[in-house]
Design a protein. Structure first.
Length: 202
């Protein structure tokens, strides 16, 4: 549990924050507050903010317990089926995000958004699945960043020099448990020679 965490300024009692190299992050949060939360929320862990949306939860036994999902919580919405010809990837990408009510990150890889598509079909399915299929056509990833916007691009695997304390390494799973002061380590980065594909902060 971080030294200080809040959800909409309410003190966090317990937190599990899941972040992957692809897709949206989500968090399971318990707060010491009987004010029921809904809609857009800000989860703050030390000085790092996560913009998300309350998917489910409420107040029980004097505490609030919530599942918070990244962004505006719209990636499980259904996209309309639509076909495209002789266009760039940004056109179906924008249509999918519009259907989801999500925002494209200014950090998106322009080499991806300007890629040419001779033919493309968006199926009527969750917007998240549509994004996964679209990005797979370019062999790149997409994910929701801490600010709630959707990023897409090739992984840079840049080195993160955060101070950490190794606790245990599970060779079979390729997983390492470490202690770190705040959630500044991100999927798509490299630390201590290891590529970070999935993170669980608690």
């Amino acid at each position: 549990m971080p030294a200080k965490a809040t959800l909409q300024d309410s003190p966090v009692l317990s937190l599990k924050l899941f972040m992957g190299v692809s897709g949206p992050w989500h968090a399971d949060v318990t707060v010491d507050d009987q004010t029921e939360l809904s809609g857009a929320v800000t989860l703050k862990v030390d000085d790092v903010e996560f913009k998300g949306f309350v998917r489910r939860g409420g107040v029980e036994n004097h505490y609030g317990a919530y599942r918070v999902v990244a962004g505006n919580g719209g990636l499980n919405k259904q996209s309309k089926a639509k076909s495209y010809r002789q266009t760039t990837l940004k056109i179906p990408l924008n249509d999918i995000l519009e259907a989801a009510g999500e925002t494209l990150s200014t950090l998106v890889d322009t080499a991806v958004t300007t890629a040419s598509l001779a033919n493309w079909l968006v199926l009527q399915q969750s917007c998240g699945k549509c994004l996964t299929q679209l990005m797979a056509s370019q062999n790149v990833n997409w994910r929701v960043l801490r600010d709630g916007t959707v990023w897409a691009g090739a992984e840079g695997w840049k080195e993160n020099n955060a101070d950490l304390l190794k606790i245990v390494f599970d060779k079979a799973k390729g997983a390492e448990t470490v202690a770190i002061d705040s959630p500044t380590l991100l999927p798509g980065e490299t630390i201590d020679g290891m590529r970070v594909g999935y993170l669980l902060y608690e």
